[in-house]
Design a protein around this ligand. Structure first.
Ligand code: FAD
Length: 374
């Protein structure tokens, strides 16, 4: 990549780590910083759709994800009472690639962070950026510990509340609460659980995804216009109440929830930054540019795709970094907008009590569109 020798990545989440891996593999010196001194990630499961698996395959991590996580080609659609509506095989996006899967976030973080370190990326934790000064040949950076650095380019991968986004753009988008909350329960797989389960017909959309050879997680999206504040010690009892009407494996999992069960609650927000996504030699990627609600389970996938497309566009820009950033945004914006807008629209349809087949159609249409090459 002409005139790119050293880059800084701000934020060591999925997007930042994918970028670090992909650029370090190209022989570029990568510094990565993260605000969290312990570089933690919370203990929920995450769904990896077909396009996300495709992106991880290109990043070289598919086999590790398959070994530690879980993949499947099938899904069961059930009425919320537990009655089976339909079993279906998910369409395959690419020969040899599983249709869909799941993994524990800490396991995914362990796989990606191990690869980051193996490639010799310099990782500094408990650190952020306090000042950026981009000129024609590079970016001067002042870090929060008072140290300084100069880089050929800087990538802001610091998530939905991105500080880099606010530093670049006075009119930066602000995260917007969408009127729903997400609940996730981590548990052992029920004995007869053999494929993804999605429960329809209830105001709370719910499902079960395998995330390791022995574990699965329940996801549930409930309507929560007041963005209720709930004490963490009340999460287990609250989620049991929200799942009270459900049958099937969901009922078995609900009834086994105790005070010790891992239950994660999060009000949902979205934030789509309109182009440009760069200023000078500083670019936003991942949730910093296009944070979505989880209705299509695709936010992590499009963050990994960002890393792949960015390397291609910077390799093709003949040293004109800003042109490379513009070409990157041009290639990514409509696809990321599709994910954010469709996810929010599906949430709005749930809030408006749209019939389940309408919601299913909206999900199917958007997920199918994401099969397109990136
Ligand atoms: C409830 C919920 C469920 C989801 N489920 C799925 C799913 O099943 N499948 C899927 O594909 N996607 C899912 N997503 C979306 C997915 O989690 C995100 O899109 C993805 O994590 C974005 O990665 P990122 O690296 O851009 O940001 P993040 O993962 O948020 O990482 C940002 C990193 O930056 C660091 N940071 C923050 N501020 C600073 C700063 N100022 N300086 C330095 N570092 C900083 C943070 O510590 C963090 O490590 C879900 C999202 C939500 C909210």
């Amino acid at each position: 990549m002409k005139s790119i020798n050293k880059i800084l990545i701000v934020g060591g989440g999925i997007g930042g780590m994918a970028t670090a891996i992909h650029f370090a593999e190209a022989g570029i010196t990568v510094d990565l910083i993260d605000l969290d001194p312990e570089w933690r990630v919370y203990g929920a499961g995450i769904t990896i759709t077909g396009p996300t698996l495709r992106a991880y395959k290109r990043l070289g991590l598919l086999d590790q994800i398959k070994a530690v996580g879980a993949v499947t080609n099938g899904t069961k659609l059930l009425h919320f009472s537990g009655a089976l509506i339909q079993e279906m095989d998910e369409p395959l996006i690419e020969h040899g690639l599983p249709a869909t899967g799941g993994i524990l976030r800490p396991d995914l973080h362990a796989i990606m962070s191990a690869r980051v370190r193996e490639l010799g990326v310099s990782v500094r934790l408990g650190l952020t950026v306090n000042a950026l000064d981009s000129d024609a040949s590079g970016v001067d950076v002042r870090f929060s510990d008072g140290s300084i650095g100069r880089y050929d380019l800087v990538i802001g991968a610091d998530g939905i509340y991105s500080k880099i986004r606010d530093m670049l753009f006075p009119q930066a988008v602000k995260p917007r609460f969408t009127g729903q909350s997400s609940w996730r329960i981590l548990c052992d797989r029920p004995a007869d659980f053999d494929r993804t389960e999605i429960y329809l017909g209830h105001r709370n959309l719910a499902g079960i995804t395998a995330c390791s050879p022995t574990q699965c997680y329940v996801f549930m999206l409930n309507i929560d216009p007041n963005r209720t504040w709930i004490k963490p010690e009340d999460f287990p009892e609250t989620v049991r109440g929200l799942l009270a009407d459900f049958g099937g494996n969901l009922a078995k999992i609900r009834d086994a929830v105790t005070a010790e069960t891992s239950v994660v609650y999060r009000p949902l927000e979205s934030a789509l930054q309109l182009p440009p996504w760069h200023k000078g030699r500083v670019l936003l990627i991942g949730d910093a540019a296009h944070a979505t609600t989880p209705h299509l389970a695709s936010g992590a996938g499009i963050a990994v795709e960002d890393a792949l497309v960015l390397r291609e566009e910077l390799a093709a820009c003949d040293g004109d970094i800003e042109a490379g950033f513009a070409a990157f945004t041009n290639r990514r914006f409509e696809r990321c907008k599709l994910v954010v807008d469709s996810s929010v629209a599906i949430g709005d349809a749930q809030i408006g009590h749209a019939p389940p087949d309408q919601i299913g159609m909206m999900m199917g249409k958007a997920l199918h569109a994401l099969f397109a090459e990136i």
